[in-house]
Design a protein around this ligand. Sequence first.
Ligand code: ADP
Length: 496
Amino acid sequence: MAVVEKELLCKDFLTKDKQLLIDGKWVNAESGKTFETRNPATDQVIGKVAEGSKADVDKAVKAARKAVEEGPWRKMSTAQRAKLMYKLADLVEKNADQLAQLETLDNGKPINESKHIDVPQTIETFRYYGGWATKIEGETINANPNMFTYTLREPVGVVGQIIPWNFPMLMAAWKLGPALACGNAIVLKPAEQTPLTALRIGELVLEAGFPEGVVNIITGFGADSAGSAISNHMDIDKVAFTGEDKTGREIVKASVGNLKRVSLELGGKAPNIVFADADIDAAVKGAITGIFFNQGQVCCAGSRLFLEKSIHDEFMSKLLARVAKMQQGPGMDEKTQIGPQVSKDQQDRILSYIDIAKKEGASVACGGDAPAGDLAKGYFVKPTIFTGVNNDMRIAQEEVFGPVLAVIPFNSVEEVAEQANKITYGLSGAVWTSDVKKAHKLASQIKAGTVWVNCVNMLDPAIPFGGYKMSGYGRELGKHSIDLYTNIKSVWVNLG
Ligand code: ADP
């Protein structure tokens, strides 16, 4: 492996026991329980983490309520708030290599991706929302000459944030960034599979100087545990969730008690549409990034590849030649392009979808199982491509969340637009063509929150991201997150 033990910058962090962050202090879970987190490349335990539950969530909510109602956080100028956020971004930057290693060890993703995507985007997200802290404004509205009327944008209050394991640190930044910019206090629950980087971010939050209780981090499980304690909590004003649509429904149900505000970023089954007039080599690379980036564990993964019939065979031979050269291995190896899945559960789930596709009559063009040899101890699945798929098969309709691509041929713009939208999800889609008219036409026809033209997986803190249909509601990133994390108050002053 290219990274050897002596270069392990996160060793100190790994060896200490990981506690919960409540009210500015690191504490054990009330129950005293802990759970293990594992390296997906080796199945080895890499850390012991406090297992938070309802009692800990209750304590964290009390601390957050105090911070948002009475603490120095409430009284701080927005410029001071911005300064803390910039400081946090600087600290993430200072610890970039250590955080990248931690992310790769916990999640499995290739170190080059942790270093060049997850960490820089985390920094940019904190900086972008640090900029927003001073730019959140109300309005004056002159509706009635006898009244002076204006609006205030106030923090929503105590915010619960439940995040997934595919981009553990970046998802924490997408959630914390806008919530902090708007002056909320937070109870964050990282995914049980990948708690480490969020906890390290918690240390940096304290080092940056955020007042106690502003950011609380409860590691633990979801259903019937810390996660549901957050979504059910009567003193949490809003819950933001990213994860599976099945869990999203549970969160919505749990929210009815106090009718807390909910925003959801759920799954996807994105169409990636390639026309015969596209730059084929670019589209081949895009198809690979679309499905194999982050081992396919991406809610906007281009998991349905629609190929115009006339280029199907040429495209497939180029695609398969490239995939054959992809280097699969442990994420910590600098040469690795595709790492292990996050957990044994995910590996099993993906392999069972591969079986389903085979039984449905799809043909395995490459992959189709787990690698043997050295990699067999980790949670690897070979990059897998199915041809001969039709859009009604389960492999084309259900989110696999793994490196499994379903290739579907098409004949016309009308046909592909209909097929692309024949799905319950609507998070994203991509179109590859040199015809501007076709590109814009499809961009408007595809029912999804993001459409990429001649590119794929582009994200930026300034550009809104979120779903249509069962991919969720609410838009994260950009100015739209400010709407998620503020309440608008109208004030009427009688001038008569
Ligand atoms: P996956 O099944 O791929 O792990 P989930 O949507 O279940 O994806 O997980 C995303 C996050 O939601 C994790 O932090 C998990 O602990 C949490 N979670 C899972 N089930 C629930 C639930 N019923 N209520 C609240 N949070 C949950």
